[in-house]
Design a protein. Structure first.
Lengths: 321, 333
C-alpha cells in the first residue's frame, strides 16, 4: 500500500489523488533509477484494485495478479536503449480504446518513456491528450531532458527525490551483513535504493577494485595495464565509468573528509592514487568524466552510443601523459 | 572474335586469359572439321610436327594452347622444324588450320611469321587501373546474356568484383539468371548476389594511416564505395581507434624498458609481426597519439550523426599522417 512508500511524500500525495479518483490525467513520474517510482505505482494500483484485506499480504485475485504482472487491465511497456520501437506503442494505443475487463479502469504504465524515439512519442501524443475516460496513463522516466517536450506537457509531473543513506543502508544490510561493504554499496547507490541493492547483489566490489587498479596504472603511466583493464570491463562500462567518477570524487576529498568517501573501505588506496599527480589534474579528469556521463545520458538510441571504453581511456591518457 | 576459319594459321596472343580461352573454345567446337587439342606444356616440337603432318580424309584443325611453353625444358630446341613447316606450307592447302594460343604480351618471331599466313589477334591484358575497359566488358557480357545494364551500375559492379574478368563474367552470368531474359540489372541486384571483392578492409586503412602512407585515402575510398558512406566511416573509425589504442599500449610498454619479445607476448603478437608493428609505432610519439585519441572520440560520435563524415575521417587521416612529420610516404601497390 502507498503507506509503505518511504521518503517520497510529494509523490505519495499525488498518487493518493489517483487512488481517490480526483486525478485522472496522465502522470509523468520523474526521478533517478531505483528510488521507488515503479514500486509506488504498484502500491497505488494495489490500493485501487484490492478486494481483500488491503495490506501487503493480501491474496485477493487482483492483488495476486498485480504482484505477478498478470492483471488483465494493467499493461506495462518497458522501454530502454535497446527497445525504443514504435510498434509496441501502437499496440498500446490500440489497447487503450478497449474497455476494462475487470477493474473500473485500464492502467497503462510506460517505464522508460525518456527512451521513446520521436516516432513512438508522436504515436502516443493523441491518446495522452484525450485519454479515454476509463484509461489511466502512468509514465516513468529517469531524465527530464530526454522526455519529448510534447509528452511532458500533456502530463502531470511528479518528482521523486533521493533516498537517505541511512534507509538504504538498513535495507542493504539485510542482504550484505558486512557493515563496511554494505556502507560502500549504499554510497555507490548515490541515493538510489535500487542501484545500491543491485550493486550489492551483483558483488560489484570486484568491478570497483578493477576501476581503482585502472586509475593506479594510469597514474603510473602504465597505459598497457590501464587499457587492458578497461577492455576487460567493456561489458559493464557504464557502471565502471560511474565508479571512476566516484573514485575521482574520493581522491579529491580524501584529505578533507575521509569519512565521506564512497569507497570508505579503501581509504589508503585512494590516498595513494591521489598522490600520484596534482589535485588540479584530478579535477580536470573528474570534469571530463562528468561531461562524458552527461553525453551518455542524452543518448536515446543504442546505435548512437559511442565507444565509452575508448573515451575513458582517452581521458585517463590525456590526464597523465 | 577470331576471324574467318579459312586461314592456315591463326595466332592469338596476349595476357587476358578469358578472351584467349573463349577464342580457343570456339575453334575447338568447329562443327565441320576434325579438331585436335594440344597443350604446349606437355609437347615436344617433333610430336607437334607429327600431328601437323598427319593426313585425314576430313579437314582438320589443330589447336595448340600454351605455345609459349612449347620447346622449353628438357626438349628445348629453336623450333627450327616448326619454322620450316610454316615456311614450306603450300598456300593452297586448306586441309589443316593451326590455331596457336601464345599466352604472353610479346609475340615471338616464329609465331609472328605464322600469323602472316593467316590471322593474328591480340588479347591485351586490361590493366588494374583501367576501369573503363572493365566497365565496357561488363556491358558486353550483359549484352551477350541478353540483359541490360546501365553504365553507372556496370561501374559499380566492376568496382565491387575487382580486376579478375573471370569473376566479373561469372557475376554478370549470375545477375543475368536473376533478372531473367531482357531484364535490367540494377544496383539492388548487385547487392543481392554479387560476391564483393574490396580492395581494402578498414584495418588496412587504419594500418596505412599509422604507417603515414598516403594510399590510405585510396583504400578508404574503395571502402566507401563498397559499403554505404556511414557504415564505411563507422568501420574505419573503429579500426582507427583500435590501432591508436594498440599503439599507445605499445609505446607505454616500450617506455617501461621491456624486451621486444616480452612486449610482443604481452600484445599477443608473433615476434616478426611485432617488429613490423614497432616500426610503424616508431613514427609516432605518445603525446601525439593521445591527442589523436581525443580527436577520435569526437569523430566517433560525429560519424554516427554528422554530415560530411567522410571528409572528417579523411581530415583525421591527414592529421595523423602529417603530425610530427613533413613527409608523406607513397605507395602504389
Amino acid at each position: 500500500m502507498l503507506a509503505d512508500v518511504k521518503y517520497q511524500n510529494e509523490a505519495v500525495k499525488i498518487l493518493n489523488h489517483l487512488v481517490q479518483g480526483t486525478w485522472t490525467d496522465p502522470l509523468l513520474l520523474l526521478g533517478p533509477p531505483g528510488v521507488g517510482k515503479r514500486f509506488s505505482v504498484m502500491q497505488a494500483l494495489q490500493e485501487m484494485l484490492c478486494q481483500g484485506t488491503r495490506d501487503d499480504k493480501c491474496q485477493c485475485a487482483p492483488c495476486y495478479q498485480l504482484a505477478r504482472g498478470l492483471h488483465a487491465d494493467v499493461s506495462t511497456l518497458s522501454v530502454s536503449l535497446d527497445k525504443t520501437g514504435i510498434n509496441e506503442v501502437r499496440e498500446l494505443v490500440k489497447e487503450a480504446d478497449s474497455y476494462p475487463s475487470d477493474a473500473p479502469f485500464r492502467c497503462f504504465i510506460i517505464d522508460g518513456v525518456d527512451y521513446l524515439n520521436d516516432k513512438a512519442g508522436d504515436a502516443l501524443l493523441k491518446t495522452l491528450e484525450e485519454p479515454p475516460a476509463y484509461a489511466r496513463f502512468i509514465l516513468l522516466a529517469e531524465d527530464r531532458s530526454r522526455v519529448l517536450p510534447t509528452i511532458a506537457s500533456r502530463c502531470g509531473v511528479v518528482r521523486y527525490g533521493l533516498v537517505p543513506d541511512e534507509f538504504i543502508l538498513s535495507v542493504v544490510q539485510r542482504y550484505v551483513p558486512d557493515l563496511s561493504k554494505a556502507l560502500v554499496y549504499t554510497r555507490m547507490g548515490e541515493g538510489s535504493i535500487g542501484l545500491a541493492f543491485s550493486y550489492g547483489m551483483a558483488g560489484k566490489l570486484t568491478l570497483r577494485n578493477q576501476v581503482l587498479k585502472t586509475m593506479q596504472a594510469s597514474a603510473n603511466k602504465d597505459f598497457y595495464t590501464a587499457f587492458r583493464l578497461i577492455d576487460a570491463m567493456e561489458d559493464d562500462i557504464t557502471t565502471a565509468i560511474t565508479f571512476i567518477q566516484q573514485a575521482l570524487h574520493d581522491v579529491l576529498i580524501v584529505a578533507l573528509d575521509p569519512m565521506k568517501l564512497v569507497n570508505v573501505d579503501v581509504p589508503q588506496t585512494i590516498k595513494d592514487i591521489g598522490e600520484k599527480t596534482s589535485s588540479q589534474s584530478w579535477q580536470e579528469c573528474a570534469h571530463k568524466f562528468n561531461r562524458l556521463q552527461g553525453t551518455v545520458r542524452k543518448v536515446k538510441s543504442r546505435e548512437l552510443v559511442v565507444d565509452l571504453g575508448f573515451m575513458a581511456k582517452t581521458i585517463l591518457a590525456e590526464t597523465f601523459v | 572474335m577470331a576471324g574467318s576459319a579459312f586461314k592456315q594459321f591463326i595466332v592469338i596472343f596476349g595476357g587476358e586469359n578469358i578472351f584467349i580461352d573463349r577464342d580457343l573454345y570456339k575453334y575447338r567446337r568447329s562443327p565441320t572439321r576434325s579438331v585436335l587439342s594440344l597443350d604446349g606444356e606437355s609437347l615436344t616440337e617433333d610430336r607437334f610436327l607429327e600431328y601437323c603432318e598427319m593426313t585425314s580424309d576430313q579437314p582438320r584443325t589443330i589447336v595448340l594452347d600454351n605455345a609459349q611453353a612449347l620447346g622449353t625444358g628438357k626438349s628445348a630446341s629453336k623450333l627450327k622444324g616448326i619454322q620450316e613447316f610454316i615456311e614450306n606450307r603450300d598456300p593452297n592447302d586448306w586441309s589443316l588450320i593451326v590455331v596457336v594460343a601464345y599466352r604472353g604480351d610479346r609475340l615471338p618471331e616464329l609465331w609472328a611469321k605464322a600469323a602472316t599466313k593467316g590471322a593474328r589477334y591480340e588479347r591485351e591484358k586490361i590493366a588494374w587501373w583501367d576501369s573503363d575497359k572493365r566497365v565496357d566488358f561488363v556491358i558486353r557480357e550483359a549484352e551477350s546474356h541478353k540483359v541490360r545494364i546501365e553504365r553507372k551500375v556496370a561501374e559499380k559492379l566492376a568496382l565491387f568484383t575487382g580486376v579478375d574478368l573471370y569473376q566479373i563474367a561469372n557475376e554478370v552470368r549470375k545477375l543475368a539468371l536473376l533478372v531473367g531474359p531482357l531484364g535490367t540489372i540494377k544496383e539492388e541486384h548487385i547487392k543481392q548476389v554479387t560476391t564483393m571483392t574490396p580492395f581494402a578492409t578498414q584495418f588496412q586503412v587504419a594500418e596505412a594511416v599509422l604507417e603515414r602512407d598516403s594510399s590510405c585515402f585510396r583504400k578508404f575510398s574503395t571502402l566507401c564505395t563498397l559499403h554505404d558512406e556511414t557504415t564505411a566511416c563507422i568501420l574505419t573509425c573503429s579500426a582507427l581507434m583500435n590501432k591508436v589504442d594498440a599503439a599507445v599500449q605499445t609505446l607505454s610498454l616500450q617506455g617501461q624498458g621491456l624486451a621486444q619479445d616480452s612486449i610482443a607476448e604481452l600484445l599477443g603478437m608473433k615476434p616478426y609481426k611485432y617488429k613490423l608493428w614497432a616500426n610503424t609505432v616508431k613514427k609516432h610519439n605518445l603525446q601525439a597519439l593521445v591527442k589523436h585519441m581525443g580527436q577520435l572520440c569526437k569523430l566517433n560520435s560525429y560519424v554516427k550523426l554528422g554530415n560530411s563524415k567522410r571528409t572528417r575521417i579523411e581530415l583525421f587521416m591527414l592529421s595523423v599522417i602529417q603530425s610530427g612529420s613533413s613527409t608523406l610516404c607513397t605507395s602504389q601497390s
